[in-house]
Design a protein around this ligand. Structure first.
Ligand SMILES: [Zn+2]
Length: 315
């Protein structure tokens, strides 16, 4: 769950999750039209990966589904030197062992572009068979498919690192102390070892599988990086899906924002029809299932992320 504040100053609670990035070979002829000489992002395969993760069932920390999702990630990146970042988090439910996963695709430039998401589901919802198709699975699928664009060659620009966060969700109730466990841990670790200084951009994706895609402009993100995403979306012909509304999201980018890393959180918190029974729509409900998300939305975001990376490498 994430807290967001809309442009009218109303604070509400919404859930958030997921993310992905990729890299476009600068050596390739650049064509701003989809289907040209560009590398195309395959949203259908990303959707299938999301399905595979949802098939693991609920993925709250400590559940068999969480182990299943971790094993699925390990299998997908078996040939990529997937790094496991294990740590112990102090939570309202006691000490919990959590696992971030990082896979690095090296580039010719010294900088790093991070594309991140989270893969676990909400712990307080562990009794309602909450599978988080949009909130966690969609963006994990996006990252897995992004790897197919990145692997197998030295990238012409910055390195691209994919990060799968654990412990994004609150264990009891969302607060600065009870949320973002994986990202807080990794940001502190990378601060200590100097990695943060190399990060040119941190792109976070969360809840962007929604069939009715409308990504808000997050006021906690870095304006120039959001402008670059906006430019990328325009060039892809997909600007109608981006930034028609504004809000302020608390998500896995915050520990990096607070340390001065340029960040963009791409999130569509407006998920499903809102009603008296479901004031937050499908968010954090048993209705967050695969039929609510689409390969098309994953294609739109994947392609825009690829173009954003391309633009970052031209800076
Ligand atoms: Zn959530």
């Amino acid at each position: 769950m994430k807290r967001w504040t809309n442009s009218r100053g109303l604070t509400v609670l919404v859930a958030v999750c997921g993310l992905a990035i990729s890299f476009l070979a600068a050596a390739q002829a650049h064509d701003h039209t989809r289907g040209g000489s560009r590398i195309a992002f395959n949203g259908s395969r990303a959707y299938q990966y999301a399905q595979d993760i949802v098939d693991c069932g609920p993925r709250w920390i400590g559940s068999p589904g969480h182990v299943c999702a971790e094993n699925f990630l390990k299998k997908q990146f078996a040939k990529d030197n997937l790094e496991e970042d294990t740590f112990t988090a102090n939570t309202p439910a006691g000490a919990m062992t959590m696992h971030n996963f990082i896979v690095k695709f090296p580039g010719k430039k010294p900088g790093i572009i991070v594309l991140a998401s989270h893969y676990e589901t909400n712990y307080p919802l562990r009794d309602i068979h909450y599978v988080g198709a949009n909130d966690g699975a969609s963006t994990s699928g996006l990252l897995i498919e992004m790897a197919s664009v990145l692997r197998g060659r030295l990238l012409d620009g910055d390195s691209v690192w994919l990060v799968f966060f654990d412990g994004e969700e609150a264990i009891q109730q969302w607060s600065s102390a009870d949320s973002l466990y994986g990202s807080r841990h990794l940001a502190a670790k990378w601060d200590r070892d100097g990695t943060l200084k190399r990060i040119q951009a941190f792109l976070l994706v969360d809840m962007i599988g929604d069939k009715d895609l409308d990504i808000a402009r997050d006021q906690n993100s870095t304006p120039w990086l959001l402008d670059l995403v906006d430019q990328a979306a325009k060039q892809e012909g997909d600007s109608s899906y981006f930034f028609a509304t504004t809000n302020a999201i608390e998500d896995d980018h915050l520990p990096f924002v607070q340390r001065g890393v340029p960040c963009a959180d791409l999130i569509d918190y407006d998920y499903g029809p809102h009603s008296f029974m479901l004031p937050d729509g499908y968010h954090h409900t048993a209705q967050d299932t695969m039929d609510k998300i689409s390969a098309h939305s994953l294609t739109v975001v994947g392609q825009t992320v690829l173009e954003t990376i391309h633009l970052l490498n031209q800076k």
